[in-house]
Design a protein around this ligand. Structure first.
Ligand code: SF4
Ligand code: SF4
Length: 374
């Protein structure tokens, strides 16, 4: 008989509570309750929140929509401990207790150090965060401990080698980043598997980007299976991996939820033909022309308008590849918050002389202004 692992009996769709539907600045709790009811009625049980999600309102929503309405043994839930600079040992205690109180819980089934990378992993060491979560596990305030992760496979390997007490790891995995240089989904997944850690997958739809896609990719998916939505390919790709606790989807609408549960209720892993369709989609993505900016920032220092040129180019590239208008708008706001917009360029030419990629920055910024400020 195959060995059982943590999460084996959990269905492979988890409800991410970070992008809940909002109404007048508050979580639309009645809508969330309806979504939770549909989700639970189909046999799904995993809810994922964090101390910081929606300024704490996500944990409150977990309490209102799930904990107060369902028997405690009918669901499992996860929350996460932030490792901000201001957090010390006493503060960790306060944060966990607040996370429990907000959701009206006595314990979390899964508790994660939130968003470890090289720096925050070091901070976790200094704070004694690993000893803290183990102590809370011994006290029964949390059942299983792990961490969510955003860095290279080498850093992941280092953390898992130092901390065999981690029972699971939460990783960004999606088909577009499976072999990408920055996220390295495949390599991180393989490190987790090498250490025999079950994986919770986050961002299988790449923050919504794999739900939009260019018309060519949409057509590819539709012709392969007209009944399946574009985002379903991304969620099913992730859920087809071995050794998962679950695949999180941050659901914001009943429509998204209904779509997700429709194909995940009786989930079948992708077959060979479907994998070839995904491979073809990745090929199409790779061949979409993008601005060859490497993000070196040599152009930025002398810009009199303080334009975040690589940030704007990255936003343009993402939009060209995924056709995600909402994502591009949010990203453009972020990259222009502390400096000029693309349209603020006064064409002084100072940046172009410094670009090792010989990008026609002025012309490209004009196109960016047309696209992103429309
Ligand atoms: S040409 Fe535009 S982007 Fe380049 S340095 Fe001058 S103002 Fe900045
Ligand atoms: S110098 Fe060129 S490659 Fe480097 S960040 Fe600026 S635009 Fe991108």
């Amino acid at each position: 008989m195959a060995e059982t692992y943590l999460g084996e009996n959990i269905k492979k769709l988890g409800f991410g509570l970070m992008r809940l539907p909002m109404k007048d600045g508050e979580v639309d709790i009645e809508q969330v309750k309806r979504m939770v009811d549909t989700f639970m009625s189909k046999g799904f049980t995993y809810f994922d929140t964090a101390y910081v999600y929606i300024g704490g309102k996500s944990e409150v929503a977990l309490g209102e929509a799930v904990v107060k309405r369902y028997p405690r043994d009918s669901f499992v839930c996860a929350s996460k401990l932030p490792l901000w600079d201001s957090v010390d040992k006493a503060k960790m205690e306060e944060i966990l207790q607040e996370s429990l109180d907000r959701a009206s819980l006595d314990y979390y089934d899964f508790y994660l150090l939130h968003g470890l990378n090289k720096d925050s992993a070091q901070r976790a060491e200094e704070l004694g965060a690993w000893a803290f979560v183990q102590e809370k596990k011994a006290q029964g305030k949390v059942k299983h401990i792990g961490f969510s992760f955003h860095d290279t496979p080498e850093v992941l390997d280092d953390i898992l080698t130092r901390h065999p007490e981690a029972e699971f790891v939460q990783l960004q995995i999606n088909y577009a980043d499976w072999d990408s240089e920055n996220v390295q989904s495949r390599a991180c997944y393989e490190v987790a598997r090498k250490h025999n850690k079950p994986v919770v997958i986050m961002e299988p739809v790449k923050g919504g980007s794999l739900a939009t896609m260019t018309p060519e990719v949409q057509e590819l998916f539709k012709s392969a299976n007209p009944a399946m939505s574009v985002p379903s390919w991304a969620v099913r790709f992730a859920a087809s991996l071995d050794g998962l606790v679950t695949v999180l989807s941050g659901m914001s609408t009943e429509e998204q939820l209904n779509d997700n549960v429709s194909y995940m209720e009786n989930f079948q892993p992708l077959n060979d033909e479907e994998r070839k369709v995904i491979d073809r989609a990745v090929e199409i993505l790779k061949n979409i022309p993008t601005i060859p900016c490497t993000g070196c920032k040599y152009c930025v220092d002398g810009c009199p308008q303080k334009i975040n040129i690589p940030g704007i180019f990255s936003t343009m590239n993402h939009f060209s590849m995924y056709n995600n208008r909402a994502g591009a708008n949010g990203s453009y706001q972020r990259v222009t918050r502390d400096g000029g917009k693309a349209s603020d360029c006064i064409q002084c030419g100072q940046c172009e002389a410094h670009c090792p990629q010989h990008i026609q920055i002025i012309e490209t910024l004009k196109k960016a202004a047309e696209t992103l400020e429309a």
